[in-house]
Design a protein around this ligand. Structure first.
Ligand code: APR
Length: 247
């Protein structure tokens, strides 16, 4: 685990006008939400993802997919933001411009106080018509599942990006632009295996940003503009914010 933060990373953040941050499942791990690729306890452990998280799966067995998402939605709503989420919300007040980009669908960044996070993969707490795309804040679970759209009768679906689907273009464009324009890019709690999010740190680096990767996979090291910190986000991010807040 990281014992102390590199002073040059803190200095880069202090000098930064624009900061972009990409988060992944690791940031929510300390809220009790399993990461996708955790073989022991991951959400995918007993299922193959393509059986549950694809348009084909939804066509084949809409009820199974709906019920799986309903279970995950309940787990997300029962969870609380952790110290890492809270620190990222505080960081927003300490730097001139911060763009928070997340692959997480749990909505915990917003619940911790982050303003308008860019949710690349959607938000599991939201539901939309699978044909028309209209959002519904409430729906009945006591009849047919998935519940039918009140307007057109098509099944409702979770507002998440499934395997084989495109990311929302406007959200991805904003994320890309933030990566190109930032002075410092933090990649936190993501294995960086899923595109296009995985490219964002490289885009930032190639445009001259300082890039720090924080997760439990990396070997601790740093080069001139690259930092790899092996640390839990719920521990490291409050330390980082405390250091930045010091005059
Ligand atoms: N603090 C920081 N990092 C952590 C913590 C923690 N407490 N716990 C785990 N990690 C790190 C792991 O070391 C790993 O690098 O979080 C990362 C989790 O990686 P993944 O499970 O692959 O999650 P993510 O990168 O968000 O997955 C991307 O893939 O399955 C799809 O759409 C899904 O959004 C998801 C995307």
């Amino acid at each position: 685990m990281t014992s102390s933060l590199p002073t040059s990373l803190v200095a880069a953040l202090r000098a930064a006008r624009r900061v972009a941050i990409l988060t992944g499942a690791g940031v929510s791990a300390e809220s009790g939400i399993p990461t996708f690729r955790d073989a022991q306890s991951g959400l995918w452990a007993t299922y193959r993802p393509e059986e549950l998280a694809s348009p084909e799966a939804f066509r084949r067995n809409p009820r199974l997919v709906w019920e799986w998402y309903a279970m995950r939605r309940a787990a997300v709503l029962a969870a609380e933001p952790n110290a890492g989420h809270v620190a990222l919300a505080e960081l927003e007040r300490l730097v001139p411009t911060l763009t928070l980009i997340t692959q997480n669908v749990d909505g915990l960044h917003a619940r911790a106080g982050s303003r308008d996070p860019l949710e690349l993969h959607g938000n599991i707490t939201k539901v939309r018509c699978s044909v028309e795309g209209t959002f519904y804040a409430t729906w009945a679970e006591d009849g047919d599942l998935p519940p039918p759209c009140p307007a057109c009768g098509a099944p409702l679906r979770p507002h998440v990006v499934w395997f084989g689907e495109q990311l929302p273009t406007d959200v991805l464009q904003q994320a890309w632009h933030a990566a190109e324009a930032c002075d410092v890019f933090l990649s936190i709690g993501t294995s960086g295996l899923v595109e296009p999010a995985a490219s964002l740190p490289r885009v930032a680096y190639s445009h001259g940003a300082t890039v720090a990767t924080i997760n439990l996979d990396v070997r601790e090291r740093s080069e001139e503009r690259l930092f790899y910190l092996h640390a839990r986000s719920g521990v490291l991010l409050p330390q980082l914010v405390a250091q930045l807040a010091r005059a």
